[in-house]
Design a protein. Sequence first.
Length: 202
Amino acid sequence: MTDRWSAYTWYPPWRRQVCWAHLLRDIEAMIERGGRSREMGEALQGQARQMFQWWHGVREGTLAHRTFASYMWPVRQEVERLLEAGQTCGVPKTEGTCRELLKLRQALWTFVRHEGVEPTNNAAERAIRPGVLWRKGSFGTQSAEGSRFVEAMMTVVATLKQQHRNVLAYVTAACEAALCGQPAPSLLPTPADIEQGMRPAA
């Protein structure tokens, strides 16, 4: 899952998913430019709304991913048709966006082709948000060791929260293991954990 930052261009489009949350902001910008750009943006926005309506069904378990993939075929065709037309809409910024997206057309639909892939990076951004807020409010660290400690603790907290596991219980067990010279407990859930409902959050 990536945005369209140029640093990711070395990675094959078919092996990444471009974040649709970012694309929706691009579509809003198209609409705000008016004229043919507005028409193009509104048409793309309509396709995106239909896509997310079906995707919410997948997330909620009311629509099978295979069915979703079949529903998405005409949406994919229409989105790409609109992007092709947008390359000559007469609004330079919109034309450039359309050209850029067409170069990444495979990366627009990875979540349709592969079950388990999300269409946005919202979950990842939510996971790192506490770290971003901590950095802003704490003035960072004063040493490399401090940075490694924060890095490790933020990873532990985010990972355990996604599994609905108790952070304090894990850290206590990890400290006890260190005092006894034993390996730290795993951050990965055991089969028993999964059966009890402590599985990664969707």
